[in-house]
Design a protein around this ligand. Structure first.
Ligand code: MIG
Length: 799
């Protein structure tokens, strides 16, 4: 018999009081008398995990996001019991846990409240009235700002927004549209000049509310799964971002060519069209390293096949393109055409690798090839099989990179544009429904692709690009921001998305330059290229049904602007490669929003347009038509205008004049910017000179240049070169010291040193403490020196 109380909707439930606690090395368990357990795990002094169950026991602890190869450790952990609370202390934070309601309060060592529970953990659990929702609410502090969350197409500062994480194929999305392709449930809070972070590692549909519903409350919740989050203490935003990136993992170094310029369109075919495009790049001398084949290269959109009509001899074509410096990248989608004569379909069917509906049949959905089945990439055996499928493409045909699309997963002509919720997934042995696996499906596909490409490209490095991704996907793949639009608003969105992705651990990202949907004007395309060359991933792509979108589609002026900026990117390759190496090494994001650069300056908290590219170059795109320049904010420090060399003091708003072939670019004083000669593709020419653009400063500044063989894995065996340049400027002196690590021999043996903005006349030069004889140095008219040895100290005296 059903009683009334059983049918009654209970609404929110709350933990009751703590009745006991127990410590097991780095974890402390708090037990309540209504089956809630809070498990607090100290991973580092500034990294604490909070995990709750409402069942009285914890299920298997499994996460795709956490990088298990990373180590953690703390200096201090003390747990004390007081009459009304417990206190957990590390060397960085105190964490108070109330006995009567399990609310959590975190303070830093100075006693400043950093993050405090409002209601804290609560949940709904009722089959008749809406299922299972786990919720968390925090008190938001005065003047608090919020950042992060991956690819959101909205203001960089998320204060006042409510956001949703459910990977979605969002064609021609617009500003503030939710949800989008990626799921990064990580945010940074900043108040009283102190930053902290939260990573809510829950793959169900999640929501974040930053003072949108209630002015003083930030909250997050999930439609299933556990309340399971990591807290990061800064106080610097850079510490939060680095620790988050360390926790969810960093990529390996990509081959240097992937940092070149890429050309794409839906679709270049047949072979003659592809060749026409690549030849035109060489003819116009616009550098380019990669050419993409979209879905039409396949036979009826069947993955791992080639259209015999359009591409009769792929191996020959790919080799010919490679001879001309072009790397071929091909698209691979998750949908496998239901076709009993198609070997990939046959194999997957035989081995039972396709996803099934709850009551048994295979998940069927329409995508480009027509009706398809979909591999369950959350099954390790399926990933292994999928990886093996790349043998022919990579090892035999010579394709250099793979592009994973439609992996939200996208399904046509159905409500919700994806799988139904009842679809089953293996989830690495933790069987579950699509409600839980949806958000990581794309990441697991990209991971399987990465494993395949890596295996067959060896000893070269793999390259993968994905559309959908969950936290941690950066370990396997780069990404792009999906189907944007050729509009000025989307140029603004692209700028923000790339900064946001960078501080969300997923730095190797770019937008479709020029816009995917609709046709850009020449002016918009030029402005987009001018920004795009400063994004980690730099590719023009378009849907192709609105006209041409190659650099030469918009007339001479745009060709020249494109060439100028793509050439600049190629000159800056050692700088770009070094910033990538820093990302790989310690999780430093490649692009830094101004708030990341100087969080103590309140003016930076709501800036969106300016960003720091690497460590020493500041970029501000032009985001409007007919601009003669723009207003912008220059953060702390002194900056040289890259084009005019004018020195400007920062921490102020200013107007900057620009011509059509310029955008505001500034170089931090004291910087030494390394440059290669312009090449049409990475490795095109042998060169014997590294250019160092030196920007004088009164005082000290460090600059780095990381190099290796540009591909392969020898750098892991010490075959890299890391140069540290220390610049010291005095009244009438400039000293540049160089320290070199690693045993990679760079191909060049000379340095061309451009002494920009020297405030004095050169009187005498000493190299490694010896007065220079002229065969070791040539002074050119424009304050540039050629030095033909690996110096350790260059000392310039002025008068
Ligand atoms: O339904 O492969 O975002 O980059 O060119 C469209 C064709 C499928 C969507 C991708 C886009 C790609 C296109 N794809």
């Amino acid at each position: 018999m059903i009683t009334n109380t059983e049918l009654e909707y209970k609404g929110d439930q709350f933990p009751s009081k703590i009745v006991s606690f127990e410590q097991d090395v780095d974890s402390i368990y708090f037990y309540t008398d209504n089956n809630v357990i809070l498990k607090v795990t100290i991973l580092r002094d500034s990294l604490i995990r909070f995990r709750y169950t409402t069942k009285g026991y914890f299920s298997n602890d499994f996460s795709y996001a956490i990088d298990k190869t990373q180590s953690h450790g703390y200096n201090q952990l003390e747990v004390t019991e007081e009459p009304t609370f417990y206190l957990i202390k590390t060397s960085k934070v105190f964490c108070r846990i109330n006995k009567h309601d399990v609310r959590v309060f975190i303070y830093d060592i100075d006693g400043t409240p950093i993050l405090e529970d409002e209601i804290g953990f609560h949940w709904e659990e009722c089959y008749e009235h809406g299922g299972n929702i786990v919720k968390m609410s925090k008190i938001s502090k005065d003047g608090e700002s919020f950042y992060g969350l991956g690819d959101k197409a909205t203001h960089l500062n998320l204060k006042g927004k409510r956001l949703e994480n459910w990977a979605t194929d969002q064609y021609a999305f617009h500003k503030d549209q939710e949800p989008l392709y990626k799921v990064v449930p990580f945010y940074i809070g900043l108040h009283h000049n102190k930053a902290y972070g939260i990573f809510f590692d829950n793959t169900f549909r999640t929501f974040f509310d930053f003072c949108h519903e209630r002015r003083n409350v930030s909250s997050f919740w999930a439609e299933g799964g556990e309340m399971n989050y990591y807290f990061f203490y800064g106080p610097k935003m850079s510490d939060v971002v680095k620790t988050y990136t360390h926790l969810t993992g960093k990529p390996e170094l990509p081959p240097m060519w992937t940092l070149g310029y890429h050309q794409c369109k839906w679709s270049y075919y047949p072979e003659s069209k592809v060749k026409e495009i690549t030849s035109k790049f060489r003819e116009l001398r616009i550098p380019c390293d990669a050419i993409y084949l979209d879905i039409d290269y396949m036979e009826g959109f069947r993955c791992f096949t080639w259209s015999k009509e359009y591409f009769p001899e792929p191996k020959r074509m790919v080799a010919e393109l490679a001879k001309d410096g072009f790397k071929t990248v091909v698209i691979i989608d998750p949908g496998i055409k239901i076709d009993k004569d198609y070997w990939v379909y046959q194999e997957a069917l035989e081995k039972e690798y396709f996803c099934r509906r709850a009551d048994g049949p295979y998940m069927k959905g329409k995508v480009w090839p027509g009706e398809c089945n979909f591999p369950d990439y959350t099954n390790p055996e399926v990933r292994e099989w999928w990886a093996g499928l790349f043998k022919e493409l990579i090892a035999e045909i010579g394709v250099k990179g793979v592009w994973n699309d439609m992996n939200e997963p996208a399904v046509m002509d159905v409500p919700g544009k994806t799988f139904p919720n009842d679809v089953r997934h293996n989830y690495d042995g933790n069987n579950c429904s699509h409600r839980k696996a949806h958000n990581i499906y794309g990441t697991q596909m990209a991971r399987a692709t990465y494993e395949g490409v890596k295996r067959f490209a060896y000893p070269k490095r793999p390259f993968i690009i994905t559309r959908s991704a969950y936290s941690g996907a950066q370990r396997y793949t780069s990404s792009w921001t999906g189907d944007n639009v050729a509009s000025w608003e989307h140029l603004w969105i692209a700028n923000i998305q790339m900064q946001r992705m960078s501080i969300s651990g997923m730095g190797f990202t770019g937008s479709d330059i020029g816009g995917f949907a609709e046709q850009p004007s020449g002016e918009l395309y030029a402005r987009w290229i001018q920004l795009g060359v400063f994004h980690p991933f730099c590719r023009t792509h378009s849907s192709g049904d609105h006209g041409e979108q190659e650099p030469w589609s918009f007339g001479e002026e745009v060709i020249d602007i494109t060439r100028k900026f793509v050439e600049l990117r190629y000159q800056l390759l050692p700088y770009l490669y070094t910033m990538f190496w820093q990302y790989v090494n310690d999780g430093t994001p490649m692009l830094k929003p101004l708030v990341y650069f100087d969080q103590d300056d309140f003016h930076t908290h709501y800036r969106t347009d300016e960003f720091i590219f690497g460590n020493q170059i500041l970029v501000c795109p032009i985001l409007e038509p007919n601009a003669q320049g723009r207003r912008m904010y220059l953060p702390k420090g002194n900056w040289y205008n890259y084009w005019t060399h004018e020195l400007i003091e920062g921490k102020k708003e200013l107007w900057v004049n620009t011509k059509f072939d310029e955008i505001p670019v500034f170089v931090k004083e004291g910087a030494i910017i390394p440059k290669y000669p312009v090449q049409q593709y990475v490795g095109e020419i042998q060169f014997d000179e590294l250019t160092l653009d030196v920007y004088f400063k009164l005082g000290k500044e460090k600059s780095l240049v990381y190099e290796d063989a540009t591909d392969g894995y020898d750098y892991n065996k010490g075959r890299f070169s890391l140069r540290t340049f220390t610049l010291t400027g005095k009244d009438k002196e400039l000293i540049i010291q160089q320290h070199k690590e690693g045993d990679f021999e760079t191909q060049y043996s000379k340095f061309k040193i451009n002494l920009n903005c020297l405030p004095f006349k050169i009187k005498r030069i000493e190299l490694d403490k010896e007065k220079l004889t002229l065969d070791k140095v040539q002074i050119k008219g424009d304050n540039s020196l050629i030095i033909d040895k690996d110096f350790t100290e260059l000392h310039i005296f002025g008068s």
